[in-house]
Ligand binder design. Structure first.
Ligand SMILES: [Zn+2]
Length: 395
């Protein structure tokens, strides 16, 4: 039987050790950097972009995390001993280019190299978000991203209410609500954040109370003002994603132009009677609202907000599609609706998808944009049907 010292000497003779500098260079060239320490060590800080597999789970999980056995791997632990043993295991499993960071993470940190300190969930959060933590595509890192994310809800109406409710439940850490309206009894048929007791109160106030009651992790920022050219850039500035639940052209064009100019993704939704539609606008990567609808529908062809009816459950469906897309954008997972317009016909219970392309001549995101600054359109409560008949309309 070899003693531990002899075993380590033997292992280190078989495993190539690399320096801090070599580790950085290997990572820059695409090597997988595998952290084999325990969770409490990982949580205090780790190599940026490292794959975390505690030593005890190495054999079980490595093939899922690093599929290509020819991809170079640098393994590290705190001081270089556990990583040498782990590297030997990986060589035995058939990985061909495995090295171990000499001196481990201690040396990496002492050398002043970049360190990521992950956000740690507290016990209550672990329980609250446990169904997220069980999904590998979300997990603790994804939940931390959600908690750090900032989403602006434009409108606390038919679309903003269900979207906000689920985004708060999911643990999106900051939710801004831009709305200048007060709750009306006729809103309660679909605007599920507001209650009978909220009638006459500001929608932002009523929505904030409901969201905080659901999830005290969430910070709600109220913007009690109509979005206009003078304030829109400032309002959207802190946010990562915009969920546009506005109910009129004036705001939709304004928010679109502001989002394109600020380079922020916005999730679009609209509803009319039994029809809804949704898509995602990612500036420079896909079309924007003006690419789809270059000009507002003439007022004589569009019903006004007061005339527009909507099935109460419809905004729930469309608002949750918007919330789903917002969560995917934050997590960086899946395929977004960018470049696809999804329409929903509640009477037929049918979803259809239309490809939508960027317009090179688009006034705001095209090759020669004519809109370089946000401007106020003439205020119009008109809502319009689209060329594809599923409509753009009111919350
Ligand atoms: Zn465009």
């Amino acid at each position: 039987m070899a003693s531990f010292k002899e075993l380590i000497r033997q292992v280190k003779s078989e495993v190539r050790e690399v320096s801090v500098e070599e580790t950085g260079a290997l990572a820059a060239r695409g090597a997988a950097v595998v952290d084999v320490r325990e969770a409490d060590e990982w949580e205090k800080g780790h190599f940026p972009g490292a794959v975390f597999i505690p030593r005890g789970f190495l054999e079980l999980r490595i093939e899922e995390k690093v599929k290509d056995k020819t991809r170079p791997i640098v393994v590290y632990c705190a001081g270089g001993t556990r990583s040498a043993l782990a590297a030997k295991t990986l060589l035995d499993l058939g990985y061909s280019e495995v090295t171990s960071l000499a001196g481990g993470f201690t040396r990496w940190r002492e050398a002043g190299q970049p360190v990521v300190v992950p956000r740690v969930l507290n016990a209550g959060q672990r329980e609250r978000y446990s169904r997220h933590l069980r999904i590998p595509e979300v997990g603790e890192a994804g939940q931390a991203r959600l908690l750090e994310a900032k989403v602006l809800l434009v409108g606390a109406g038919g679309l903003g209410c269900p979207a906000g409710l689920y985004l708060a439940a999911a643990g999106v850490g900051t939710l801004g609500i831009a709305d200048f309206d007060v709750v009306d009894l006729s809103n309660l048929q679909r605007q599920v954040l507001h209650t009978a007791a909220s009638v006459g109160r500001r929608k932002t106030e009523s929505a904030a109370a409901a969201l905080l009651a659901l999830n005290p992790d969430v910070r709600v920022v109220r913007h009690d003002e109509r979005l206009e050219a003078r304030n829109v850039m400032g309002v959207i500035e802190p946010y990562d994603v915009i969920v546009d639940g506005s109910d009129n052209f004036t705001t939709k064009y304004l928010v679109n132009d502001a989002a394109v100019l600020a380079g922020k993704p916005s999730v679009y939704g609209s509803i009319f009677r039994f029809d809804g539609q949704a898509t995602v606008f990612v500036p420079r990567q896909g079309p924007c609202y003006r690419c789809l609808f270059p000009e507002p529908t003439p007022p004589e062809l569009a019903p006004s907000c007061d005339e527009a009816g909507v099935l109460g459950v419809l905004p729930g469906v469309v608002g949750l599609i918007q919330a789903t897309e917002a969560v995917k954008l934050i997590l960086g997972r899946g395929r977004s609706l960018a470049g696809r317009l999804l329409t929903f016909d509640a009477l037929e219970m049918a979803f259809r998808e239309y490809r939508v392309a960027r317009d090179r001549d688009c006034a705001v995101c095209g090759e020669r944009p004519t809109i370089r600054d946000v401007k106020d359109l003439e205020w119009s409560c008109h809502i319009g049907t689209t060329p594809r008949e599923a409509a753009t309309a009111g919350a």
